[in-house]
Every structure is written in C-alpha cells, then in structure tokens.
Design a protein around this ligand. Sequence first.
Ligand code: FMN
Length: 186
Amino acid sequence: MNETLKNIRNRRSTRAFLPEQVNGADLTEIIDAGLYAPSATNKQPWHFTIIQRKDIIDRLSEAFKEIAMKSDNEYIRRFSDNEKFHVFYNAPTVVLVSGDESNDNASVDCGVAVENMLIAAESLEIGGCWVGLISYLLNSEEGKKFVKELEIPEGFKQIHSFCLGYKKIEITNAPARKENNVNYIK
Ligand SMILES: Cc1cc2nc3c(=O)[nH]c(=O)nc-3n(C[C@H](O)[C@H](O)[C@H](O)COP(=O)(O)O)c2cc1C
C-alpha cells in the first residue's frame, strides 16, 4: 500500500488530544491541502477560520451545550447532560469551514476540503475529528455573536468543522464498515 492509501486507511476520528499546540508549519500544510481540494466549477466556496485560543474553543463548547439542552432532538439534548463532554474534545486547534450561501454545492465542496485536511493531518501524525455538532450553535440565533467575534464573512454560513491536535491515544481499529454497498459492473 502506498503512503496516500495508508493515510486514507489509517485516518481515524481522534477524540482525545495532548495539550501541545499543533506545529505551525504543519498546520499551514493541512490548510493548504484544504485549499487544493476540488470544487464544482472551481468556485472554492469556502472560508476557513482557524481558532487556537482555548478560551474561545471552550466558550463555543459551553454555548453548544446550552443550546443542546433546549433542543427537540433527543440525540442533541444528550450532549448537554454530560458535564465532561467537550464538543471539540479539548483539542488545541479548531477549524470552522463556512460555505458561500449563494453556492448550491458549498456543502459538498466544503466537505471535500475537510476530508483533504483530515488526511493531510494524518500524514503528519496529527489527529483530527470532524465535528458537525457545532453547526447547531453557529447557525442559531445564539451563535450570531460568535459568527461576529470570529469574523466569518457576510454571506457565509457554518457548514463543517474539525478539531486538530496530537493524539493522546492511537486508534488502530476502524469502526466496522458496512458490507454490500459496493457493486462492480464488468
Ligand atoms: C459530516 C460529519 C459530521 C460529523 N460530526 C461529528 C461530531 O459532531 N462529533 C464527533 O465526535 N464525530 C463526528 N463525526 C465523525 C464520525 O462520527 C466518524 O467519522 C465515524 O464514526 C467513522 O469513524 P472514523 O472517522 O474513525 O472512520 C462526523 C463525521 C462527518 C462526516
């Protein structure tokens, strides 16, 4: 298996991080991997906000838990009951990926960019976890103050996010993959 295939295969959602900050040069490489993702008609309808301030990351998590408490969705509500739960697993770096609201492909294009960045992180021995949950906060009324504080440009909405950091533990076994969802027609 070549290095690219190994990194794709070995990437796992990391949910326990060491406190050390991600190396700046490596972070630049990871973000570049996102910028070089394909996008429909090359519109690149994304904006990345990289947060490395623990106080902001913690406030985002707390605010998420507060709105989760009020959610009609039982799955979301569950997160607010857990005192230890941190939506970004106490990772030292968080990347918010916002998408151009006027672009119908923004969700797909931003998702492709996220996966590029997560694979790039794996190749640099940096762990990451895709975090969709934070959209419940950032796309809500309560989230507007964060959107302003984090300088997310006008006309962009929160689509995906992920956290990054050095892995506290190496996860070697992947969650089971579904079978029978591949069909070759020859
Ligand atoms: C769109 C999307 C949203 C996700 N949101 C979350 C999330 O909010 N929190 C979390 O812990 N994992 C989240 N994940 C990670 C998945 O749970 C994970 O990818 C899946 O269980 C497979 O595990 P693996 O990444 O180790 O292969 C998300 C993944 C995707 C693609």
